[in-house]
Write a protein that binds this ligand. Structure first.
Ligand SMILES: NC(=O)CC[C@H](N)C(=O)O
Length: 303
């Protein structure tokens, strides 16, 4: 398969979709990003890397960090995470409050904000320096071009009223143990992590490789745990658009409101796309289309 030619072709074909969406602005710092940015990177489990456009520029990974959060949580406490968060698609926006009330403070899954806040709370029981240890974890996944963006983190901390409400609500149900400000601080820092498409593709490869980082041979989680994270990405990675992503693309994936999407083809590769203009569900318009074309033209999907 000539991946480079395919990425070139998809990049050109998807470019004209620019102008159809909006850059996220509910976190004020994110509104500053240039909506024309567009990059794609792919890395195979054998270590071949292909890229095009703004693939080496770092951007705010936002909710893509929820996958690192969950992987680290599972690595530390294993199946205990499922005592406090579910594995069902929510069918609701990523920051929705309504379901939590019906379901008594137990979030539907770890990839909506409420679920990630609970996993963060679990991590705080085990990490002495959560921000440093989260970065070190992602570096272990072979992504070395990574940093926190303190302006983005503070911007979210200062305006994250909905996340604060989610955390407080879950605390009322004893599903948040630490102080809500402490949980919000760690969560917002995770979301503010900046990585490039190349870095994201590299760092997701352990999920394509049964839980082992191909480059180093280090086992991060068990093969079953990797399968489960992929399954949750497929069913919950795009909030109330997870069904459409499975229908169009057919791959486990995770999006973020910074405009990034990473998808995994088990046993083969990880691919990351960045294009900041989002649709009304908070997912990258050109990102979804690029991945749809990639899955269709390669004939690769999990189905
Ligand atoms: N979907 C997202 O990327 C949302 C992440 C963002 N930090 C928030 O909590 O609202």
């Amino acid at each position: 398969m000539n991946y480079q030619a395919l990425l070139d072709e998809i990049y050109t074909e998807v470019q004209p979709l620019f102008g159809q969406g909006h850059v996220a602005d509910y976190i004020p710092e994110l509104a500053k990003i240039d909506g024309r940015k567009f990059g794609i990177a792919l890395e195979t489990v054998e270590g071949e890397c292909f890229k095009i456009g703004d693939a080496t520029e770092r951007f705010s990974i936002q909710s893509i960090s929820k996958v690192f959060n969950l992987a680290l949580g599972i690595r530390i406490v294993g199946d205990q995470v499922w005592e406090r968060v579910g594995v069902e698609p929510s069918g609701n926006p990523f920051n929705s409050l309504v379901q939590l009330e019906y379901e008594k403070g137990i979030p539907r899954n770890p990839f909506i904000n409420a679920g990630a806040l609970v996993i963060t709370d679990i991590l705080l029981d085990h990490l002495d320096h959560p921000n440093e240890e989260m970065l070190a974890f992602v570096e272990k996944l072979r992504c070395l071009d990574i940093n926190y963006n303190e302006e983005v983190a503070q911007s979210e901390i200062q305006t994250g009223y909905t996340n604060l409400a989610l955390a407080n609500f879950m605390k009322a149900y004893q599903n948040i143990n630490h102080g809500v400000e402490q949980v919000l601080d760690a969560y917002s820092h995770q979301c503010s992590i900046e990585m490039s498409c190349v870095g994201l593709a590299k760092s997701f490869l352990f999920l394509a490789n049964g839980g082992i980082v191909p480059k180093t041979g280090e086992r991060i989680i068990t093969a079953i745990q990797a399968k489960r994270i992929n399954a949750i990405m497929l069913t919950c990675g795009f909030y109330d658009e997870a069904g459409a992503f499975a229908y169009l693309v057919g791959l486990p994936g995770k999006s973020g409101v910074g405009g990034g999407i990473v998808a995994v083809i088990p046993k083969k590769l990880a691919i990351a796309v960045w294009s900041p203009e989002l649709n009304e569900r908070g997912n990258s318009i050109r990102g979804i289309r690029a991945l749809e074309l990639f899955a269709t033209r390669t004939g690769m999907s999990v189905f």
